[in-house]
Structure formats: structure tokens, C-alpha cells
Write a protein that binds this ligand. Structure first.
Ligand code: TYC
Length: 101
């Protein structure tokens, strides 16, 4: 009789896409690690070319820290361990940490 509106109810769902959490890997500044060593670390473990690596190293030097890459948990953890191990073996105090994005 016209008193129940028959407008279609939109029930289409938009399932939440599950993305794995990402982790920022950061390098911290210190007063002792040589600039060239940091540049080398960025080239070796983060696949940067020399000028990218130099630029990021200077950002860390001036700002105190910088994000050097964003990775899955496992990859981030490996990068941090590699940088920490490499720095320690060369007796530099360079610190590398990760943080959930
Ligand atoms: N501050 C260091 C120096 O003057 C250079 C440096 C840059 C150290 C970046 C650590 O993550 C770092 N020799």
C-alpha cells in the first residue's frame, strides 16, 4: 500500500584488507662514528647509492636520526642486527633501531 519503502538496502561489504604491519628502521646520530662509515653502512645494508647514502647520513648528523627504510618485522629485525653487529665489530657506537609504523 505504499507505506513500506522498498528502497534497496546496500549491503555490499568492504572487507578490511589485512596488511602486515611495517616497521621503520632508524639510524641515530652520535659524536664518534665516522661519516664515511655511516655512508658505507647505508650502501651495504640498505642498497643506497653513494649520493643517497651521503644525503641520509647528513640528515642523521643534523637532525639526530632518520628513517632509512620501512620493512616487514623480520626484514627490519635483520637490518638492525646486521648494522649493530657490523658497527660493534668495527668498534663504532652507531645505533640502529626499529619502530612500528
Ligand atoms: N655525527 C657523526 C660525526 O660527526 C657522523 C654520524 C652520522 C654518526 C650519522 C652517526 O648515524 C650517524 N662523525
Amino acid at each position: 500500500d505504499g507505506d513500506s519503502p522498498d528502497a534497496a538496502i546496500i549491503t555490499k561489504t568492504r572487507p578490511k584488507t589485512q596488511r602486515p604491519p611495517l616497521y621503520k628502521v632508524m639510524l641515530l646520530n652520535d659524536d664518534y662514528t665516522p661519516m664515511e662509515f655511516v655512508v658505507h653502512v647505508l650502501e651495504r645494508f640498505f642498497g643506497m647509492n653513494h649520493s643517497q647514502a651521503f644525503e641520509i647520513m647528513l640528515t642523521v648528523h643534523k637532525k639526530g636520526l632518520a628513517v632509512v627504510g620501512v620493512f616487514s618485522f623480520e626484514v627490519a629485525e635483520t637490518k638492525v642486527a646486521q648494522v649493530m653487529d657490523f658497527s660493534r665489530r668495527h668498534q663504532h657506537p652507531l645505533q640502529c633501531t626499529m619502530e612500528k609504523e
